[in-house]
Design a protein around this ligand. Structure first.
Ligand SMILES: NC(=O)c1ccc[n+]([C@@H]2O[C@H](COP(=O)([O-])OP(=O)(O)OC[C@H]3O[C@@H](n4cnc5c(N)ncnc54)[C@H](OP(=O)(O)O)[C@@H]3O)[C@@H](O)[C@H]2O)c1
Length: 264
């Protein structure tokens, strides 16, 4: 898809990967719609985009609120039209073990990213199907491909994103819609400041892999859209190869994750 003049809705656009993606897509001529809770941060991203001659629209919303999600998708469609691209990127959640998360907290930890992505997609899907075009990119983490000690509720929400994205792709398989699941390994975004106590729990084996920057992930998102890459994408390549290896030989990879991971 040629990004020029396309309407691109990005959740979690006030920070990290979402903000970097918004700037990269606006630089390619996309009309980017920025969603997150913090109006001032969204305005700052929009100001940077406009200073470079780009187009950006700000909608401050708590995507954990199902009613607010329904209202915001309706408002965007009415005011700007049906998105050509929806990037379900907003996410939060601390890395904690099951006995550290109450059932109520576990339910809460599913709202972002999973329920927010479901609600955003539901809000736009009928119109995208009617137009029979568009691209939905769902952000998850490599945690959706493995069992990491001390991060169960966080990882479960990422596995849910994977199930959602693959199921959605199957739902629309007879249409022209493209669905992509993007799973980066560690990214040097403010995520670990925003979700304290999480970074320390990343298994030490992760140190052999490169840490991505938000800009590198944003560049990948631009490529996914321009080259219409549908399906599942794990980055970087070294982690993708490890996951492929784990499919054939689960034992060594699982053992390394447990041996180098969080210990109670
Ligand atoms: N950083 C990593 O290592 C890494 C690796 C793989 C995948 N990911 C995934 O990438 C996505 C983006 O994370 P990031 O690394 O860029 O972290 P980040 O800098 O913390 O960004 C998270 C974004 O989500 C928004 N958000 C959080 N709760 C929200 C809510 N209730 N309603 C609306 N927006 C909300 C935040 O904005 P407000 O606070 O303003 O609402 C912010 O814009 C997440 O889904 C994360 O799981 C991150």
């Amino acid at each position: 898809m040629d990004i020029q003049n396309k309407l691109i809705v990005i959740t979690g656009a006030s920070s990290g990967i979402g903000a970097a993606a918004a700037e990269a897509l606006a630089a390619k001529g996309g009309r980017v719609v920025l969603l997150a809770r913090t109006q001032a941060k969204l305005e700052a991203v929009a100001a940077r985009i406009k200073a470079e001659g780009g187009q950006a629209f700000v909608y401050a919303v708590d995507l954990g609120d199902e009613t607010a999600v329904a209202h915001i998708t309706a408002a965007i469609q009415q005011e700007l039209g049906t998105p050509d691209v929806l990037i379900n990127n907003a996410g939060s959640g601390q890395w904690r073990a099951v006995d550290e998360v109450t059932p109520a907290e576990a339910r809460q930890m599913m709202t972002l990213p999973y329920h927010a992505a479901y609600g955003m997609t539901y809000g736009f899907l009928a119109a995208m199907l009617q137009r029979n075009s568009g691209h939905i990119i769902n952000m998850t983490s490599v945690a959706a491909y493995m069992a990491i000690p001390g991060a169960t509720a966080y990882a479960t929400a990422r596995w849910a994103m994977r199930g959602f994205s693959l199921g959605l792709a199957a739902d629309v398989n007879t249409t022209q819609l493209c669905v992509t699941l993007l799973a980066p390994s560690k990214v040097s975004s403010p995520y670990f400041t925003n979700n304290p106590g999480s970074e320390e729990r990343i298994p030490k084996i992760d140190k052999i892999y490169p840490t991505l920057t938000p800009e590198q992930v944003a560049k990948k998102i631009v490529k996914i859209i321009t080259q219409e890459k549908c399906g599942e994408i794990v980055i970087p390549l070294s982690v993708r190869l490890t996951i492929a290896f784990k499919r054939l030989f689960a034992w060594p990879v699982n053992t390394l994750l447990l041996r180098t991971g969080w210990k109670r």
